[in-house]
Design a protein around this ligand. Structure first.
Ligand code: PGA
Length: 252
């Protein structure tokens, strides 16, 4: 059976002290209040990863990075490799986030390389896809998502897919306060699951966790997570407040 996952993408937020306080607060409340079987992952900025790993080590919380470089090592000033992340105990990496695609020109070709290196390094990728407002309005969203999924995953086998999590994040819903309705999200999640079945097989499709992201908050998490093909969420803004994030973890 597939896992329910709630992941917090902190993006470029928090100072060192704030980051440490937030990890500790989430870890403490999680230990005290969460009994359901949810995989919780925090994605702080690179510079706070080591502290986050240390502060969460007695809890079940996992720590992930927001990006990694596509090469193993070398002359890439300012970059961080998958191996470096693994060597400090990072478990996951977000790849294909729409902000990376839009502001840093990340293409599917590049993302396929990043996925490979993450996979080879045993960092579990959360691979994001999602359409822009213009692509939704012009009814091209299925085509866009199909390209994002099939191009990036073309070099993977069904067995390898066990360690890859997918996230549907409509760009028009990220950080805008506007959430996809549960029906809109479910429609795309089901479409993605069918794509995985076509590209791999039914069992792989049934076992792949597909998260929804885009203005998830305590007030809408229940109805989103109740959808058949939504297996949890990738949370931005609401993951920066411990109480909100915990309420989202409790949603089902
Ligand atoms: P948001 O961000 O929850 O602030 O909309 C989600 C994301 O970008 O992962």
């Amino acid at each position: 059976m597939r896992k329910k996952i709630v992941a917090g993408n902190w993006k470029m937020n928090k100072t060192s002290e704030e980051a440490k306080a937030l990890v500790s607060e989430i870890a403490n409340i999680y230990q005290a209040e969460i009994s359901n079987d949810v995989e919780v992952i925090l994605f702080p900025p690179f510079v706070f990863l080591q502290d986050a790993i240390q502060l969460s080590q007695d809890s079940k919380i996992k720590i992930g990075a927001q990006n990694c470089h596509q090469e193993k090592s070398g002359a890439f000033t300012g970059e961080i490799s998958a191996e470096m992340l693994k060597s400090i105990g990072t478990n996951y990496v977000i790849l294909g986030h729409s902000e990376r695609r839009a502001y840093f020109g990340e293409t599917e070709e590049l993302l396929a390389k990043k996925l490979k290196i993450a996979f080879e390094t045993s960092l579990k990728p959360i691979y994001c896809c999602g359409e822009t407002l213009e692509e939704r309005k012009s009814n091209r969203y299925f085509e866009v998502i199909e390209n994002q999924i099939t191009n990036a995953l073309k070099d993977f086998s069904a067995t390898e897919m066990k360690d890859i999590v997918l996230a549907y994040e409509p760009v028009w819903a990220i950080g805008t306060g506007e959430t996809a309705s549960p029906e809109q999200a479910q429609e795309v999640h089901q479409f993605i699951r069918n794509l995985i079945e076509k590209q791999f097989d039914l069992k792989t499709a049934q076992n792949t966790s597909i998260l929804y992201g885009g203005s998830v908050k305590p007030s809408n998490a229940n109805e989103l997570f109740a959808q058949t093909d939504i297996d949890g969420g990738l949370i931005g803004g609401a993951s920066l407040k411990a109480r909100d994030f915990i309420e989202i973890i409790k949603a089902r």
